[in-house]
Design a protein around this ligand. Structure first.
Ligand SMILES: Cc1cc2nc3c(=O)[nH]c(=O)nc-3n(C[C@H](O)[C@H](O)[C@H](O)COP(=O)(O)OP(=O)(O)OC[C@H]3O[C@@H](n4cnc5c(N)ncnc54)[C@H](O)[C@@H]3O)c2cc1C
Length: 381
């Protein structure tokens, strides 16, 4: 039976970023991933965006704490830049101007590059926009696209090069505590032993806790749909920023000359291999046709992914309060890619008993914000 210092369950971006930093800290690590492709679930289905002004406070801080890694990854991590320029334009309908102003003010105060746009200026950048429905817009020029594959596989490659083991097609079916360690059993019967279990199972985080006899923290996976839409041949979309409505009912971004469109749905669901619903695809098309001049005759390929949240919307990266060798790394919601370098480094540092990395303390990141005992996990915010 294989023994490792750390057994990580889940080979998505959360599990692999933690695995990389733990291996770097000298730990022997085995990652157990049910699928044959470790990015098969949420990690491979994201919109791949990086914005330091997006999401709740702890997410914004973790995104900022990830920036240096993205810009200057370790030698040999990836051949191509992980971040490339994109920008985000947020559009406000009549009546939403004050809310947009507040975002502009806060973003600028935090150092983000925000440009206020009139509807006409917006149309110059994204000519398909229907400006009748727009009162104002704000352009965050330094939002970036993330090469998710390069990031995820950079972690995997470097992890393996440091002696780490990633086992795919490894469906964890039972987890038991014996003495001072854990035995993790796969559905095909193999067993792995480790001193610490890291729960990085995404939408399945509560299921893994239950298997380990640990009280679930209450994670809710929420379905989000994306549909590819062709543009008329005379529309040159290359270089457009992502456009998102402030009321979070639609966003679209140019992708190889087509549009990736999402109705920004947040439908609670069970953890599973989620697929898009016909109704959500129809809603996506309807909203795009209302917001723009695009006539959709036939949608292109579509997919759905799970964004998993705890009740207060913030992630947990901490040892379980009752089971001190069971570490939670879950609830990254819609921000798990843009926060992965910092979340992985933070988890590894806490697991190794080294406390919060200094560059994160300087940003005001506290243990409490990511703890498994914070009251808001039960009450919500
Ligand atoms: C449509 C959409 C758009 C998004 N856009 C963005 C974005 O622009 N920017 C951003 O930062 N984030 C975005 N996200 C969120 C991001 O994708 C997630 O936060 C992130 O991928 C979560 O990573 P994870 O490793 O926790 O989960 P996953 O990638 O789901 O990994 C969990 C892994 O655990 C494995 N597992 C579960 N149970 C078991 C078991 N019993 N045995 C073995 N393995 C198991 C699963 O197979 C899975 O591979 C988006 C998500 C969606 C769905």
């Amino acid at each position: 039976m294989t023994h490792s210092d750390i057994l990580i369950i889940g080979g998505g971006i959360a599990g692999m970023s933690a695995a990389y930093f733990l291996a770097k800290a000298g730990k022997s690590v085995t990652v157990l991933e049910r699928e044959d492709q470790p990015g098969y679930h949420s990690t491979g289905r994201s919109a791949a965006l990086y914005s330091e002004t997006y999401g709740p406070k702890i997410i914004r801080k973790m995104s900022t704490a990830s920036r240096d890694f993205f810009i200057t990854p370790p030698d040999g991590f990836t051949e191509n830049p992980i971040l490339t320029p994109r920008g985000i334009i947020m559009t406000a309908a009549p009546g939403e101007e004050a809310e947009l102003d507040a975002i502009l003010t806060e973003g600028r105060a935090n150092g983000a590059n925000f440009v206020a746009l009139t509807p006409d200026e917006l149309k110059e950048i994204v000519p398909i926009i229907n400006t009748d429905l727009i009162a104002a817009a704000a352009h965050e020029t330094d939002a970036m696209d993330i090469d998710v594959h390069a990031l995820h596989w950079g972690f995997i490659r470097r992890f393996k090069a440091m002696g780490g083991t990633l086992v795919t097609k490894a469906d964890v079916s039972a987890i038991s505590k014996s003495g001072d360690g854990w035995t993790v059993t796969l559905s095909k019967g193999e067993e792995y032993r480790g001193d610490i279990v890291v729960n990085a199972a995404g939408a399945w985080a509560d299921d893994i806790a239950i298997k380990a006899g640990v009280k679930p923290l209450g994670i809710t996976p929420k379905r989000r749909t994306a549909v590819m839409i062709d543009l008329p041949s005379d529309v040159k979309a290359h270089g457009w920023p992502l456009v998102a409505s402030l009321d979070e009912t639609l966003y679209f971004k140019e992708d190889a000359g087509r549009l990736l469109v999402s109705p920004a749905d947040t439908t609670p669901t069970e953890p599973h291999d989620v697929q898009p619903e016909e109704l959500d695809i129809a809603i996506t098309i309807d909203r795009l046709m209302t917001a723009t001049s695009v006539e959709v005759r036939r949608p292109g390929e579509s997919w759905a992914g799970l964004r998993s949240f705890f009740k207060d919307g913030d992630p947990v990266s901490a040892f379980d309060p009752q089971e001190s060798s069971f570490y939670w790394l879950a609830g990254q919601g819609g921000y798990g890619i843009q926060t992965a370098p910092a979340m992985g480094e933070y988890a590894a540092s806490m697991i190794c008993g080294n406390g919060i990395p200094a560059h994160m303390t300087r940003l005001g990141i506290t243990e409490d914000a990511l703890s498994a005992t914070r009251a808001s996990l039960v009450t919500g915010k």
